[in-house]
Design a binder for this molecule. Sequence first.
Ligand SMILES: *[C@@H]1O[C@H](CO)[C@@H](O)[C@H](O)[C@H]1NC(C)=O
Ligand SMILES: *[C@@H]1O[C@H](CO)[C@@H](O)[C@H](O)[C@H]1NC(C)=O
Ligand SMILES: *[C@@H]1O[C@H](CO)[C@@H](O)[C@H](O)[C@H]1NC(C)=O
Length: 202
Amino acid sequence: MATSTRPAARLLLCTVAVVFMLFSSTAATPSPSPSSSNKTHDDGHGGRTLSFTLYQQETINKTAYMVVDGVAGAGVSQTTTPFGTVYVFRDNLTVHADRASPVAGVAEGTSITTSLDGLLSLSMAKVTIHHRGHRGSVSILGGTYNIGPSDYPVVGGTGDFAYALGYVRSSPVDLRGSTVTYKFELQLYWPPYAQYAPTPPR
Ligand SMILES: *[C@@H]1O[C@H](CO)[C@@H](O)[C@H](O)[C@H]1NC(C)=O
Ligand SMILES: *[C@@H]1O[C@H](CO)[C@@H](O)[C@H](O)[C@H]1NC(C)=O
Ligand SMILES: *[C@@H]1O[C@H](CO)[C@@H](O)[C@H](O)[C@H]1NC(C)=O
């Protein structure tokens, strides 16, 4: 529905859209992973990389809710929300853009409108992934731009994504209808020596 395409909805989506992971292992050499997971690959510089794409499926008043109304600035429109608006979401992440495709994870987080023009927000999310043998979570924190792609720094992870760095690019795929779909591209990197870092016991 058009209403759900509101900026708020978009923010949410943006924050966490992840969908289908295609491992674009950039390096040829399989890395000697410290753990049992060998999902990553040597980047040729002592680090490892992993990239994949998933799709965040968000439906207003079903997987995402406005929990605090904004207080100033722009009103609620297709691309804006009032300053101070708070959204909370728990969106499934599917393997393909089709919302009926297999679920590979979930994005849980919140988004707060931080500009008076209503176009910007601060978003944070925990993205839990179980796909193609990878299991764990990635935490992201960054700004959402309502009318364009948003890049979120990866601030860390758990499980197979422990010590991951990098970024996630979220961009809208389909803003029509009650469910909004966001493409969620993860570009992860483990710097040299990360393999020697301690990890929580399984
Ligand atoms: C979501 O629920 C709120 C509160 O009931 C309502 O005002 C709003 O129109 C709903 N939005 C959509 C897109 O259904
Ligand atoms: C993953 O790593 C294990 C142990 O290092 C190895 O035996 C296995 O073949 C690897 N699997 C893949 C798909 O590379
Ligand atoms: C999200 O995925 C879970 C697990 O597949 C499923 O049980 C749930 O119904 C999905 N939620 C929505 C809103 O589609």
